[in-house]
Design a protein around this ligand. Structure first.
Ligand SMILES: [Zn+2]
Length: 231
């Protein structure tokens, strides 16, 4: 397992792409080492199967050019932020040693997403503990940033919006890999799911005067070394 700059932790395969796909591509283009850890296999779903979802995930992973992707094997639909899950995730954090964690936003209609957000917070803290049975050396990811892959029509005020204009097509290509989730059995009229997702990225881009954007939220303040990158 490599030391990572960024680790995106996702309840299901497709959530990392939904909430941070453009950001992953942007950071990769800037030379960062990025991984995605899916907590569950995301199945069953109406048009998917574990095999189909795995193929779709592999295809999206190739487009994102991830340095690492893993699956923690926790139960889909009944994900719980219990001590066993916390221990497994904390152990993974001690092995992957990412500087920054990207976690799902904590408010959602999907209980797996709520549990995943709580689980990342708790495992981040556990990962730094000494005198435990956890494998590896104590480690504390320096920052935690929440991305939006939510089933509620929320509009929380983000801490910042990243300009992903240069990577929107690749993000859409990565999302299109998940045919079982976004295309099969979904109405294309008046707008397909993929068109809606692109529209949302366009809206967030509009908020910062760019073509496309992805919003993020931090509980703690965001520090900057310079104002040069303001758009
Ligand atoms: Zn999900």
């Amino acid at each position: 397992m490599p030391d990572l700059d960024y680790l995106v932790i996702a309840p299901h395969p497709d959530d990392a792409e939904l909430g941070a796909g453009g950001t992953i591509l942007l950071l990769k283009a800037q030379g960062a080492r990025i991984g995605v850890l899916d907590l569950t296999d995301g199945e069953p779903t109406p048009h998917g199967s574990p095999e189909i979802r795995k193929r779709e995930t592999d295809a999206a992973t190739a487009i994102l050019a991830l340095d690492w992707r893993g699956n923690l094997g926790l139960p889909n639909r009944s994900l719980v932020a219990d001590l066993e899950a916390r221990s497994r995730l904390a152990a993974a954090l001690r092995q992957l040693r990412p500087h920054v964690l990207l976690a799902p936003y904590w408010e959602d209609a999907h209980p797996d997403h709520v549990a995943a957000s709580q689980l990342v917070d708790a495992a981040r803290f556990w990962a730094k503990l000494t005198k435990t049975d956890l494998p590896g050396e104590p480690y504390y990811p320096q920052r935690i940033i929440y991305y939006f892959s939510v089933h509620l029509r929320l509009h929380p005020k983000p801490s910042f919006v990243l300009d992903i204009s240069s990577h929107i097509e690749a993000k859409m290509n990565a999302l299109a890999c998940y045919r079982s989730q976004f295309i099969e059995g979904r109405p294309a009229i008046p707008r397909s799911v993929l068109e809606e997702l692109r529209d949302r990225a366009r809206y967030w881009g509009w908020t910062i005067g760019a073509d496309y954007g992805e919003p993020f939220l931090c509980r703690e303040e965001v520090g900057l070394r310079s104002l040069r990158d303001l758009v």
